[in-house]
Design a binder for this molecule. Structure first.
Ligand code: ZN
Length: 302
């Protein structure tokens, strides 16, 4: 797969830095299956290239990624049954029924791929801007470092918008802290970039119009380190958090996530695996806007 439809891949500085950009600007870089499969290919391409030392992952346009694609024309067309169905819906559990189908498909295309990118044998930098919601967080968190534009905001709204307990790769407590995760998931509120920096989730905050250039500058500093040193620093941190329970917690929370889907599928006549207005979750169109988590108000715009 040399050329991609939903992502771009380029190398810079004589091949030392690879830059992958999500390129579905018109869909706010929402993640359809085709994009996720291409992104995996692009990451593995960077990993296999011995000249590449650092991989930058960004999003074209004003928004890094708005999350999983839940309903664009392209996402609907690639579902099984139609002439443009994506071939990955007929493998990896896609031909099975019920919870088995959903669990296997989400394991391959939301969970295990994200873990694979997190463990990539290169240093990865997420270059994020605009709103980063729900599954957008998964892509960002899979990277070793996160740099952000001044306009970046972060929220997982699947609790308040879909009645779900979080995205498939539940890194929230490790990134936000346990209590902040409960607050953000139970309210659907967003963090601004300064708060994300204070938490240590974001390393650098750059002016929005200088994001690409300043990220490249930062990547060059890291690319100057011997590759073995960089890899073993990454591996020391990753193995530390794995020994603190990170991988086991991710696996446990993935199972809980599947239980949550199965609950909604079980109570709905149409088998919808997420909450509906009848369950007390506002529809996307009527839901109140996402506001910042502020210190002195119950809700920032109240
Ligand atoms: Zn899910």
């Amino acid at each position: 797969m040399a050329e991609y439809k939903y992502v771009t891949y380029e190398t810079l500085d004589d091949g030392v830095i690879a830059r992958i950009m999500l390129s579905r600007e018109q869909s706010r870089n929402a993640q359809n299956r085709g994009l996720l499969v291409e992104l995996d290919d692009a990451f593995l391409r960077a990993e296999s290239d011995d000249t590449v030392r650092v991989v930058i992952l960004g999003g074209a346009g004003p928004i890094f990624s708005s999350g999983h694609d839940l309903g664009s024309k392209e996402a609907i067309a690639e579902r099984p049954g139609g002439p443009d169905a994506h071939p990955t819906f007929s493998i990896n559990g896609g031909t099975r029924k019920g919870a088995e189908n959903r669990m296997l498909q989400e394991w391959h295309y939301f969970f295990e791929n994200t873990k694979r990118w997190r463990n990539l044998r290169k240093i990865t930098i997420a270059q994020v801007n605009g709103t980063v919601y729900a599954a957008g967080l998964m892509l960002m968190w899979a990277c070793d470092l996160i740099v952000a534009a001044e306009d970046a905001r972060f929220a997982d709204v699947v609790g308040t918008r879909l009645g779900m307990c979080g995205v498939e790769y539940f890194a929230h407590p490790w990134e936000f802290g346990p209590r902040k995760t409960k607050e953000l998931m139970l309210t659907g509120d967003a963090l601004d970039v300064d708060e994300a920096h204070r938490l240590g989730m974001v390393s650098k905050v750059f002016p929005t119009d200088e994001l690409a250039e300043r990220t490249l500058e930062f990547a060059r500093r890291i690319a100057a380190l011997p590759t073995m040193t960089a890899l073993l620093i990454k591996e020391s941190v990753n193995q530390s958090v794995d020994n603190m329970g990170f991988q086991n917690a991710l696996a446990a929370c993935f199972t809980i996530h599947q239980l949550n889907h199965s609950h909604w599928a079980e109570v709905h006549e149409n088998r919808m695996p997420a909450a509906l207005p009848e369950d007390g979750i506002a529809s996307w169109r009527e839901a109140p806007p996402i506001v910042l988590a502020t210190k002195h108000e119950a809700r920032a715009d109240a």
